[in-house]
Design a protein around this ligand. Sequence first.
Ligand code: XMP
Length: 319
Amino acid sequence: DWTMGAYRAEAVERIRAHVGDGRVICGLSGGVDSAVAAVLIHEAIGDRLTCVFVDHGLLRQGEAEEVVTMFRDAYNIPLIHADEAERFLSALDGVTDPEEKRKTIGRLFIDVFDMHAKSVGQVEFLGQGTLYPDVIESVSVTGGPSVTIKSHHNVGGLPEKMGLKLVEPLRELFKDEVRALGRELGLPERFIGRHPFPGPGLAIRCPGGITPEKLEILRRADAIYLDQIRRHGLYDEIWQAFVVLLPVRSVGVMGDGRSYDYVCALRAVTSVDGMTADYYPFSHDFLSETAGRIIGEVRGINRVTYDITSKPPGTIEWE
Ligand code: XMP
């Protein structure tokens, strides 16, 4: 008669025993795992938990507000909203190489997190939403790719650098169990069902140089695309869907004038674990309607394409 309610109570007890009267700091990514871990830790130790949300200025439209509002208003969890867009964007200025983008973001992320953690003072523990598959993956040395396709951005190395002990209350759970626990903890359904979002954010959906103008165009197109997917009831059938703003301009006609604007690609895939993926077979009607809306509503885009590459040989993200 194992239930999530019982698991929740047990996990809370274990956190209390582990942390004692220490302080915990927890990074929020905007994803489900870190959110569930944070809410659980807060239930266990209350305001001895401080959360840090590093806003690198590479998030989707409305995303930072959604996370901050949920934690502050709905859960009353002490939260530092580190608005560091300028720092990240100036470090990324002129950077076009995908790996260099990832490394720049990963490095700054650790610096910023560390700085805010120090400002809290007397922190002994770092809370993380590590799942069982992450635990397995980090011990398995066989069968993994022998070349680095992309250096994933995470907070590995952070605990050593900061001299912190780890609190990882989700270490024995799979993704679907974390979602069930999130429901048990009252997280909104819309949040629980969210598609994965990569740590480097929109930087890797904007091939070539990143500018605030390009990010703004990308955010608008992306919001329309997701709105279309939700309106057509397709969100839950898709693993991930997003817009990529290409560093290419093309000529078009607008009314009786000529336009010379950016091209974007729509990406949507189905997948079980992100390791392999198939492109999503949208109807032509859906694609035409969405392209029409993006070109009509977003200044700066005059051509829309659909990416029909599966993984392999493609990857899900473009960089
Ligand atoms: P790829 O593009 O390698 O992506 O097929 C596989 C999955 O991983 C996500 N992704 C990342 N997630 N940090 C993350 O947390 C990263 O640096 C990162 N890069 C890719 C991607 O969105 C997809 O779900």
